[in-house]
Design a protein around this ligand. Structure first.
Ligand SMILES: [Mg+2]
Length: 212
C-alpha cells in the first residue's frame, strides 16, 4: 500500500521551458561569446539542453572552457526566479491526493527555492529537500533512503514520481521503490518503470483504488 509520494519538481510539477529562457538569458549570451568551435546548430542545441540538463553537464558536453563554466556557475548560484510559475494543469490531481508528499529537487539552491515559492507549492509537502550537487555529495537515492529512515517508510509504501528515467526514477528503482514516469510529451518508450503515463489521472485512480 502506498502511504507517501516522492516528487521531483522540474518537468514534473511544471514545464521548465516556461521559465528557462528568462533564467538562462544571461548565460545564453555568455555561451555565444565563449562558443569556441561550436557552430550555430551546436550552440542552439546547447542552449536548448539547459532547460532539461544541469548546466555543468551541458558545459562539459559542449566543450566550454573551465573558466567559463566556473564563472557561469557563480552567476547561477545567485540567480533566482521571482515571478509566479504555473504548474502543469493536472498537477492539481497530485495536490488533491491526501497522502504525505516529499519534494526532492537538485540544482542551485537559491534558484530551486525561488521556483518552489513561485509555484506556491511549499505547503503541499511534508518536507522539501533541495540539494546542490556542487556542494553536497548526496544523491537522490541517498535522500530517498533518508526519507525512509526518518519517517519509517518501507520501500513498498512509497511511490516516486518524476520525468527523468536516469535520475529520480533510477534512484527509486535501485531501492525497489515503485515508480511513476510522468511523460506528458511522450518522450520515452516504455521502460521498466512501474507506471508510465502522460498525465496524473492514473495516479489518482491507483491511490484511490488501494484504499478500497
Ligand atoms: Mg525533473
Amino acid at each position: 500500500m502506498i502511504k507517501a509520494l516522492i516528487l521531483d519538481m522540474d518537468n514534473t510539477i511544471f514545464p521548465t521551458k516556461s521559465i528557462s529562457d528568462e533564467i538562462f538569458e544571461v548565460i545564453e549570451h555568455l555561451m555565444e561569446e565563449h562558443r569556441g568551435n561550436l557552430n550555430d546548430e551546436q550552440l542552439a542545441e546547447a542552449k536548448t539542453a539547459l532547460s532539461r540538463t544541469p548546466f555543468q553537464k551541458v558545459a562539459g558536453q559542449y566543450g566550454f572552457t573551465e573558466e567559463f563554466t566556473t564563472n557561469a556557475i557563480e552567476l547561477l548560484k545567485n540567480t533566482t526566479y521571482n515571478k509566479p510559475i504555473k504548474p502543469y494543469k493536472d498537477y492539481e490531481i497530485v495536490e488533491s491526493i491526501n497522502l504525505p508528499k516529499f519534494l526532492v529537487t537538485f540544482g542551485f539552491v537559491k534558484l530551486q527555492q525561488s521556483k518552489i515559492d513561485g509555484l506556491g507549492v511549499r505547503s503541499h509537502f511534508k518536507e522539501v529537500f533541495v540539494v546542490d550537487p556542487e556542494i553536497s555529495s548526496k544523491t537522490k537515492r541517498d535522500i530517498f533512503v533518508d526519507i525512509m529512515e526518518k519517517y519509517g517508510y518501507h520501500k513498498n509504501e512509497l511511490l516516486a514520481i518524476g520525468d527523468d528515467p536516469e535520475s529520480e526514477i533510477k534512484a527509486a528503482q535501485d531501492l525497489g521503490i515503485k515508480t511513476y514516469l510522468y511523460d506528458p510529451e511522450s518522450r520515452f518508450k516504455s521502460g521498466k518503470v512501474t507506471y508510465h503515463e502522460q498525465s496524473y489521472k492514473k495516479l489518482k485512480w491507483l491511490i484511490e483504488d488501494q484504499k478500497e
